[in-house]
Design a protein around this ligand. Structure first.
Ligand code: DOR
Length: 437
């Protein structure tokens, strides 16, 4: 594999506590050297001779982003997404690693399906794919799946995401089991008894627009249950946190050192329930978008460390399932190709988060939660690197997405910050913002 030298960029790597101008030399798929001047005239004989040089002056150079919550729909729904299309969308969005959820068809609930996903990723994927296996068979929330065997086959964590595990004793047994392997259970917190037929957040607005509401409580009730279970039985990671009440509970739990980690998604710090007031099904998501006060609490939670990570919950759905009556539309939105620009525009530009903190939530934080040896530019690490123009304005155009699905509520929105180059294991897969693979 050719060697690459990325010169003159502003390297931001929270794992190294680094925000400075650095050169990075990549050889044989690994970071060979990172330093102030890797390739000076003086040392050119020793290091980097013959390397292709990429000038990153005026650009950000970051560890490849890690998305710990993605729906790749493979196996089962190639009309919505495949590992080929989803990983290309990831690469365009700056994600060099994605962790894919188990609510496929069939579900990723046996070692054979884990193996299928890994093989497919190997042959068709352009970024690293880490399968998250189901907690329960068929995602039914009843019998535990063969967790140990699925880990042996390459699963990295467990989740029934899309479905809550309603029975506390099942969650308890799953946690006890996962604890032996040191991996978290990722919890989709939703009390189904409270959500009923809800299609949006329950509020004055839901009454006004005549849509059945899901009370915010359906999330926080489950968050509090999972905090209590985590206290007794080990690591819970709360997926897609959306409400102020949940953030409050998690903040208190963390103060008590309960082993709980948390992610939120870009739509929860950029949009409110108003986004569905005109029945835009692309903004229908589960958990539903909430109020301005919730959005502010999410941003505060990100800033004070209550919320560890940012994940997309990339949930591709086709037009047939979105272009229908709001109540009947599928929940979820694609997110891989807009996440970084939303973070830069809505969190960093507004000074809600420093750039380093924001990058941490997209790199070293998810790596730490999942025990992945990724998200760092330290010498010897896999050469997963991205180069970003932090200032370039662009307009979201879903017709240009690599994702097979176009269900983004951000279509037409002007954002700042563009991924120019994505390097996965030393291989350039995106250059000048265009896929090469
Ligand atoms: O909106 C959502 N869509 N939330 C989930 O938890 C699952 C996801 C999906 O799989 O479509």
């Amino acid at each position: 594999m050719a060697s690459l030298l990325i010169k003159n960029g502003r390297v931001v790597d929270p794992s190294l506590n680094l925000d400075a101008k650095r050169d990075i030399l990549i050889e044989d798929g690994k970071i060979k050297k990172i330093g102030a001047r890797v390739f000076s005239r003086r040392c050119s004989r020793q290091v980097g001779r013959g390397a292709e040089v990429i000038d990153a002056k005026g650009r950000l150079v970051l560890p490849g982003l890690i998305d710990m919550h993605v729906h790749l729909r493979d196996p089962g729904r190639p009309d919505k997404e495949t590992i080929a299309s989803g990983t290309r969308a990831a690469a365009l969005g700056g994600f060099t690693s994605v962790c894919c959820m188990a609510n496929t068809d069939p579900a990723i609930d046996t070692p054979a399906v884990v193996k299928y996903v890994r093989n497919k990723a190997e042959t068709c994927g352009v970024v690293n794919v880490f399968p998250i296996a189901a907690v329960t068979r068929g995602l039914k929330g009843e019998a535990l799946a063969e967790m140990g065997l699925m880990l042996e086959e390459g699963a990295i964590a467990f989740s029934d995401d899309g479905n809550p595990i309603m029975q506390a004793d099942v969650m308890r047994r799953a946690l006890e089991y996962a604890r032996q392997f040191g991996v978290p259970i990722i919890s989709h917190c939703e009390d189904k008894n409270l959500t009923a037929e809800g299609a949006m957040n329950e509020s004055a607005l839901s009454t006004q627009v005549g849509l059945p509401g899901t009370p915010s409580l359906s999330e926080s009730v489950m968050v509090s249950r999972d905090i209590m279970l985590a206290r007794e039985f080990g690591k819970v990671h709360i997926a897609h946190v959306s409400s102020a009440a949940s953030v409050d509970l998690i903040r208190q739990a963390k103060r008590k050192k309960i082993p709980i980690t948390v992610e939120t998604c870009p739509h929860y710090f950029t949009l409110t329930e108003e986004a569905v007031a005109d029945y835009d099904t692309n903004a229908k998501v589960n958990p539903p978008l909430k109020t301005k006060a919730d959005l502010k609490a999410i941003i505060k939670g990100l800033a004070d460390g209550t919320i560890d990570a940012i994940a997309t919950d990339h949930a591709p759905h086709n037009i047939e399932e979105k272009n229908v009556e709001f109540n009947l539309a599928a929940s979820g939105m694609v997110g891989l190709e807009t996440a970084l620009a939303l973070v830069l525009t809505y969190l960093v530009d507004t000074k809600a988060l420093s750039l380093k903190k924001a990058v941490e939530k997209l790199t070293s934080a998810p790596a730490k939660i999942l025990g992945l040896n990724k998200g760092s530019l330290k010498a010897g690490s896999d050469a997963d690197v991205i180069i970003v123009d932090p200032k370039e304005p662009w307009t979201v155009d879903t017709s240009k997405f690599a994702s097979k699905s176009k269900n983004s509520p951000f279509n037409g929105l002007k954002l700042k910050g563009r991924v120019l180059c994505t390097i996965v294991g030393g291989k350039v897969v995106v250059r000048d913002g265009k896929l090469l693979v």
